[in-house]
Design a protein around this ligand. Structure first.
Ligand SMILES: *Cc1c(COP(=O)(O)O)cnc(C)c1O
Length: 404
């Protein structure tokens, strides 16, 4: 049913457009029989973790897929980032974007490395290389770029700066599994790249992650650090942690890899549906991916600017009432979360683009669980809400900041 009047909107008491909640990042699941067969093998072997055959097979397959020398599978992306930063000897200050998931900064702060927040490009939302030099101090030891929404950072400019200034360069590639830059897959850039295989990501192992690198020595240090620093049964050579991936996660990963093309195809179809259904809605920009690159199309990202008659937060309230769980990313910005907001209360002054995006960006549901028919209805809701934005905003109770 299309909405004809304001009273038809669920936020004002009408029936919701969807009976079931549509999520951003509902997990992609591969072939169930194949997964259960692998889990059966695993139970027969009674080899559940500690570098079992599935982890080994997954690492080998991932390295081949990415065209990279080393892939170390990890328990999650955050621990993978922590270990990569530590194995590279980062300390003091490290430059990072604030328009990212909080784990990018936490992985540093957790080991008392200070994240220094740098602004992003207004068009791509990626770390702005032109602003990095001004943030480098004698304490700076590295840069962590984030391949946001699966788009590659400006890796040429970042490498040039890192080399010239003697800095280490890590990429948080949590969004970018299956994406490319030029003729290489993401996973090959900087000193190391870190993936997340969390359930909500394009490719998942329930919880999981990986570090990819072409540096043999670094890969060796990362392997030791993820296993308590053990070099032999009774020999520990330095402090380590437990970053191991379990066999059941690797089984999920191996199964998911077999369906990767299908996951991309449904994301791509959804992205194209959104793009055509939302074209021409005033004040609304949909982030467009570079068609020359391999992409996973996992994120449908909208920006509502001042020309839209409705605010982003009011639109999110309307959509949530319809059971469309659109999400504000990365509200309010990492620099406005603790402990960073206490440490750097004025960080926002240097982050005007981040501050604006945190107010204007929303991400819409997609993935294998969302159909083109669903998308047509979501797009109609968005277009109707924008067209009637002023009236909706007047009629809504002041819920600013209250949406989940
Ligand atoms: C998901 C995510 C992480 C953290 O990964 P986990 O596997 O959940 O620990 C880090 N950075 C970004 C940008 C992410 O989206």
């Amino acid at each position: 049913m299309t909405k004809q009047t304001l009273a038809d909107l669920a936020v004002f008491g009408g029936p919701p457009a969807f009976n079931e909640i549509l999520h951003v990042g509902r997990p992609n699941v591969g072939d169930r029989e194949r997964l259960l067969a692998r889990i059966g093998d695993m139970l027969d072997r009674r080899w559940l973790t500690n570098h079992g055959p599935f982890v080994h097979e997954l690492e080998t397959e991932l390295a081949a897929f990415l065209g990279v020398r080393h892939v170390v599978a990890m328990c999650n992306g955050t621990v993978a980032l922590e270990i990569a930063a530590r194995a590279l000897g980062l300390h003091g200050e490290v430059i990072v974007p604030a328009f990212t998931f909080v784990a990018t900064a936490h992985a540093l702060q957790w080991q008392e490395i200070t994240p220094v927040f740098c602004d992003v490009d207004p068009h791509t939302h990626l770390l702005d290389p032109d602003q990095i030099e001004a943030m480098i101090t004698p304490r700076t030891t590295g840069i962590v770029g984030v391949h946001l929404w699966g788009q590659a950072c400006n890796v040429e400019a970042l490498s040039e700066i890192a080399q010239r200034r003697g800095l280490r360069l890590i990429y948080d590639a949590a969004h970018a599994f299956g994406c490319s830059h030029g003729d290489r897959m993401i996973g090959n850039f900087g000193d190391a790249e870190v993936f997340s295989f969390h359930a909500t990501k394009f490719f998942n192992t329930f919880e999981g992650g990986a570090v990819a690198t072409n540096d043999d020595d670094l890969a060796q240090r990362i392997r030791l650090m993820q296993n308590f620093g053990f070099t032999g049964l009774d020999t520990v050579v330095y402090v380590g942690t437990n970053g191991k991936m379990s066999e059941v996660s690797a089984a999920m990963g191996l199964t998911g890899l077999e369906s990767l093309d299908a996951f991309v195809a449904s994301n791509r179809r959804n992205y194209d549906c959104y793009a055509s259904a939302l074209a021409g809605v005033p004040g609304l920009r949909m982030l467009r991916y570079d068609g020359q690159q391999r992409q996973n199309y996992q994120y449908v990202v909208l920006e509502l600017d001042g020309a839209a008659a409705i605010s982003r937060d009011d639109l999110v309230s309307v959509l949530h009432a319809e059971n469309v769980r659109a999400r504000r990313y990365f509200y309010p910005g990492v620099h406005r979360m603790e402990p960073y907001r206490s440490y750097f209360p004025h960080a926002g002054l240097l982050l005007p683009v981040t501050e604006r995006l945190a107010q204007q960006v929303l991400v819409l549901p997609t993935g294998t669980a969302v159909s083109p028919q669903d998308i047509d209805r979501i797009a109609q809701l968005v277009a109707f809400s924008v067209a009637n934005g002023a009236a909706i905003s007047r009629a809504l109770p002041d819920t600013r900041g209250a949406v989940a």
